[in-house]
Design a protein around this ligand. Structure first.
Ligand code: CP3
Length: 343
């Protein structure tokens, strides 16, 4: 069945659209009381693995905000666990890997898992969501990019200066590259199976690759993004997100992605120039703008729209995930303003 609202897919493919589509990174999350109610007594990873509840929270932003795309509820660290590394997601502290990857032997012990066998719930979530959405809006799948996943695996959790992963890059390049190959192949299989299960577009999150210089991004991160996209193929449009990416746009444009998702620190008009109109753009309002008043949100949306006017395709979004303290009415105002509805 063709989608009734395929604005996001057409914008991503640089085809004409009647209006700009909009969704938000982390749109299924703690700013919604309905999300907090489902999450209440459940560990986060249990929510990710409980199909009916993950489906429910994925659909909340569609019902409550009227977004133009649903993103499946999961986390980029799910395949890391399937590779054989223990992952803990603890309230307030964030992700923790109690046995981080530090040696060639650690890398050798990781598997490239069969995604459907090891993560069946992900594909059940996608198939159920496709049925529930009933072809109204596109369903987005996603995965973490190799560098960002390697950062969590080597650092053992979130990091300030990424010195452990960079230390492995410079001291043990063969070990580092072997890990990146395994990650790229894992993510490619994971995404290909998401396409088979029915997703309409996908986003690859290299959230922390902005920590790299342009040269190191080209040497240590980009080749593996390219390896993922080459294996995944062009059946659905592919969005690449990097936070703090102002110095990396040219490299990102060479990744094979149809869409670059840009954080708020870069002017979208400059991004159009620097990518020579070869890719569609997504973004890029500062998520903190949603903490301010409605008028400022409406103005922010119009500023982003004006900056994106020469982009070959534009998907409105935030420059990173929506923050937990965001008032729901402000998220609603952002979506309505982006869609040209009365706020
Ligand atoms: O966008 C969506 O609505 C879909 C769901 C989604 C989540 N995580 C749910 C989540 C997506 C696409 C992600 C991706 C993800 N996870 C990224 C890349 C995006 C980004 O923000 O740059 C990263 C780096 C992670 C790793 C991760 N997961 C961290 C660092 C944390 C803790 C920080 C935090 O916000 O609490 C998580 C947990 C997480 N993933 C939550 C959600 C809704 C919060 C968990 C909770 O309910 O308590």
């Amino acid at each position: 069945m063709p989608l009734k609202n395929d604005l996001l897919v057409r914008a991503a493919r640089r085809q004409p659209v009647e209006r700009t589509p909009v969704w938000m990174m982390r749109q299924a999350g703690r700013y919604l009381p309905e999300y907090r109610a489902v999450r209440k007594d459940l560990p986060f990873l249990t929510l990710c693995k409980t199909v009916d509840l993950a489906v429910e929270v994925s659909l909340q932003p569609l019902r409550i905000l009227g977004v133009d795309a649903v993103i499946m509820f999961s986390d980029i660290l799910i395949p890391v666990e399937a590779m054989g590394l223990e992952v803990q997601l603890t309230e307030k502290i964030g992700p923790k890997m109690p046995n981080p990857v530090r040696s060639a032997a650690d890398v050798a012990s990781l598997r490239v898992p069969d995604p459907v066998e090891t993560m069946p719930f992900v594909y059940d979530i996608i198939r159920t969501l496709k049925r529930e959405i009933a072809d109204t809006v596109p369903l987005l799948g996603f995965a973490g990019a190799p560098w960002t996943l390697a950062a969590y695996m080597i650092e053992g959790g979130s990091s300030k200066n990424y010195h452990l992963i960079k230390s492995m890059m410079y001291n043990e390049p063969a070990t580092f590259h072997r890990l990146m190959e395994k990650l790229a192949d894992t993510q490619a299989l994971y995404l290909k199976a998401q396409i088979e299960a029915g997703i309409d577009a996908l986003q690859l999150f290299d959230s922390w690759a902005g920590e790299l210089s342009p040269e190191d991004f080209g040497a240590f991160a980009l080749p593996y993004i390219q390896r993922v996209f080459e294996q995944v193929g062009t059946a659905v449009p592919r969005i690449l997100y990097v936070n703090g990416s102002a110095h990396l746009l040219e490299g990102m444009a060479a990744s094979g992605a149809e869409v670059l998702s840009i954080d708020w620190r870069t002017d979208l008009a400059e991004a159009v120039q620097r990518t020579r109109g070869r890719v569609a753009l997504q973004g890029n309002l500062d998520p903190c703008r949603l903490l301010g008043p409605r008028e400022g949100i409406i103005r922010g949306v119009e500023e982003v729209r004006a900056k994106a006017k020469d982009a070959p395709g534009h998907i409105m979004n935030l420059g990173h995930g929506i923050l937990p303290p965001t008032p729901v009415e402000h998220a609603q105002a952002f979506i309505a303003a982006a869609q040209g509805r009365p706020v």
